[in-house]
Write a protein that binds this ligand. Structure first.
Ligand code: VGL
Ligand code: ZN
Length: 208
C-alpha cells in the first residue's frame, strides 16, 4: 500500500494510562510507539484519538459500589466491562505517551466524555447513537481508506475499525502497530469480528 490523499492513519488511544505502569495497562503497549511514528511519516492525513473520561465515568468500577475492575454489568445501552480508573480528563494518564509524535496530526478526537456512556469507538459511542463527528470530518477531507493502529486491539481499535466499515470506509489494521488487553479470549474474538466485517490486516513493512 502506498498512502495517498484519500488515506488516513488513525492512531487510537496511545496514552500514558494504557502503557505499562498506567491505570489500565495494555501488555507491551509501548511497543506500538516506534512503528506508529514511522507510519505517520508516510501519511498525509493523520488523526489521533484520546480516551477522555470525567472522574465519575460509568465505565469505572469505583463508580459501581461492590463491583471490581474487569467485571461486566448491564447498563441502559447493554453490556459494559468495568475498568480501573483511566484517562481522566486533564490527568497525566490521559496524556499522549511520551515519545509519540503528535505534531503531524491534523485532527485530535476525544471520546468517552459523557459520564453515562462509554465510547470504545472513535466514531460512535456505546449507545450506538451518539456520533463523534469523525466520519463527517474524514469525508470532508476526501478520506476513503482508514488505516488503524494503537491501543487496545480488542477494544478501541476493533470497535473503531468495525464502525469505520459501517460508515463505508475501506479499513485496514496494522498488525505490528497494535497491542491488546486480551481478557477471556477477547483478542482472537476481535480479530474474527474484524475479518468477518471485511477489515483487512497489514504489516507496517507493507506500507511505503
Ligand atoms: C480502552 C478500555 C477502556 C481502549 C479504553 O483504548 O481500548 N479500553 N477504555
Ligand atoms: Zn476508557
Amino acid at each position: 500500500m502506498t498512502p495517498g490523499g484519500a488515506d488516513l492513519l488513525l492512531v487510537i488511544d496511545v496514552q500514558v494510562d494504557f502503557l505499562p505502569g498506567g491505570g489500565l495497562p495494555v501488555p507491551d503497549g509501548g511497543a506500538v510507539i516506534a512503528p506508529i511514528n514511522a507510519l505517520q511519516q508516510r501519511f498525509r492525513h493523520v488523526a489521533l484519538t484520546q480516551d477522555w473520561h470525567p472522574a465519575g465515568h460509568i465505565s469505572f468500577a469505583e463508580n459501581h459500589p461492590g463491583r471490581a475492575p474487569f467485571e461486566s454489568v448491564v447498563l441502559a445501552y447493554g453490556a459494559q466491562v468495568l475498568w480501573p480508573r483511566h484517562c481522566v480528563q486533564g490527568s497525566t494518564g490521559a496524556g499522549f505517551a511520551p515519545g509519540l509524535d503528535t505534531d503531524r496530526a491534523g485532527l485530535v478526537i476525544r471520546k468517552g466524555m459523557d459520564p453515562r456512556i462509554d465510547s470504545y469507538s472513535a466514531f460512535l459511542e456505546a449507545d450506538r447513537t451518539t456520533r463523534t463527528g469523525l466520519a463527517g470530518a474524514l469525508t470532508e477531507r476526501g478520506v476513503t481508506r482508514v488505516v488503524l493502529c494503537g491501543l487496545a486491539t480488542d477494544f478501541c481499535v476493533a470497535w473503531s475499525a468495525l464502525d469505520a466499515r459501517d460508515a463505508g470506509f475501506d479499513v485496514w489494521v496494522v498488525a505490528d502497530a497494535v497491542r491488546g488487553i486480551d481478557g477471556d479470549g477477547s483478542l482472537a474474538q476481535a480479530w474474527a469480528r474484524m475479518e468477518a466485517a471485511g477489515v483487512r490486516r497489514i504489516g507496517s513493512d507493507a506500507i511505503a
